[in-house]
Write a protein that binds this ligand. Structure first.
Ligand SMILES: NC(=O)c1ccc[n+]([C@@H]2O[C@H](COP(=O)([O-])OP(=O)(O)OC[C@H]3O[C@@H](n4cnc5c(N)ncnc54)[C@H](OP(=O)(O)O)[C@@H]3O)[C@@H](O)[C@H]2O)c1
Length: 319
């Protein structure tokens, strides 16, 4: 495996359309979780424009259908499909993977929830960890065979610079002893998204499956629904003061996901963290760089085991 840092000609302002230009995904099948809103829509649009079959895996099927219709009209690609998926419900994830037939070439684990007030799933798990990490872990591992069957598959783990707010706190992942903090919970879940890429690389490279993580940038979407305008202003000032950061458009926000999902520039690359279409180095400011603990192979192996044990501890009927 290459150990140098991956750079491309794309950058902060590149769009998903620019990244996908010239790439032909005919015959490839892709799934984008949360494909009915925010950067998910633009990720689907770019993959569909390259002629992939794309399934939007969504909670709100009506919103998914509207998005799919818009993208079919826009791209002329009729293979834009919609299927229900609730990542916080392991039975829903199991049903989704059970309904899939054949190889899967691209899985974009994009859906997410940010800074929600303390909420527990039916199994008592903290909602952000359950949705952002455990649901995607169950989905990707449930698709392992389908990904391996593709011969050369990509899994994209949409993380965030917010991973720098917290490592995975193995002693109390679900905030049963420590006081709940919505940002620590979000940060922990986004660190888990990077660690997943690290351990999946160790386990799945021999199966031809590449798994990378990314920070899409700051984009105004439904993700900020739990954050007040005051807090948002403070966050932007904090990032902007340090790095001249600014909001990206959803088309720019989807660019790094699309690069990791489809670009030949990433052939043979796995287990890494990207931002602004390039591999990140050590932390430089609030929004740029990857924490060492997010790439730690021991933490990655431990998280995989904890995640598998957590899911195995419940009865998950594939309805
Ligand atoms: N926007 C940013 O500035 C930013 C920055 C860093 C990282 N990110 C990451 O980028 C990804 C996409 O975010 P976005 O900005 O595009 O936000 P968004 O528009 O809110 O999209 C998130 C999607 O996730 C879906 N979702 C939430 N809970 C789900 C569940 N239990 N099961 C299935 N789907 C669920 C939402 O569905 P509903 O519509 O049904 O709620 C929504 O479609 C997230 O992983 C986020 O952490 C975004």
């Amino acid at each position: 495996m290459n150990s140098y840092r991956i750079t491309t000609a794309f950058g902060e302002q590149s769009t998903a359309a620019e990244v996908i230009a010239g790439i032909d995904l005919t015959g490839k099948r892709a799934i984008v979780t949360g494909g009915a809103s925010g950067i998910g829509v633009e990720t689907v649009r770019a993959l569909a424009s390259a002629n992939a079959e794309v399934t939007l895996a969504v909670r709100n099927v009506e919103a998914g259908e509207r998005t799919a219709e818009d993208i079919v009209a826009d791209t002329g690609n009729k293979q834009v499909l919609v299927a229900p998926l609730d990542l916080a419900d392991p039975a829903s994830v199991a049903a989704f993977t059970a309904a899939w037939d054949g190889p899967l070439h691209i899985l974009v684990n994009n859906a997410g929830v940010m800074a929600a007030p303390l909420t527990r799933t039916a199994h008592g798990w903290e909602l952000q960890f359950a949705t952002n990490h455990l649901g995607h872990f169950a989905l990707a591992t449930g698709f392992h065979e389908a990904l391996a069957a593709a011969g050369s598959a990509r899994v994209v783990s949409v993380s965030s610079s917010a991973h720098r707010r917290s490592p995975v706190v193995f002693d109390d992942i679900h905030f049963r002893q420590r006081p709940y903090d919505p940002w620590l919970a979000y940060g922990q879940s986004k660190t888990a998204n990077v660690l997943f890429a690290v351990e999946a690389t160790r386990r799945w490279t021999a199966d031809g499956i590449a798994v990378n993580a990314l920070m899409p940038g700051g984009i105004r979407t439904g993700l900020q629904r739990y954050v007040s305008q005051d807090e948002l202003d403070r966050m932007v000032a904090r990032a902007g003061g340090l790095a001249g950061a600014r909001w990206k458009t959803p088309e720019q926000g989807a660019a790094t996901s699309v690069l990791l999902a489809a670009s030949p520039l990433l052939d043979g690359i796995s287990g890494r963290y990207f931002e602004d279409c390039n591999e990140a180095g050590p932390p430089v400011d609030a929004r740029h760089g990857v924490a060492e603990y997010a790439l730690d192979p021991d933490a990655a192996a431990r998280l995989w085991q904890v995640s598998a044990d957590t899911l195995a501890s419940i009865d998950t009927p594939a309805s």
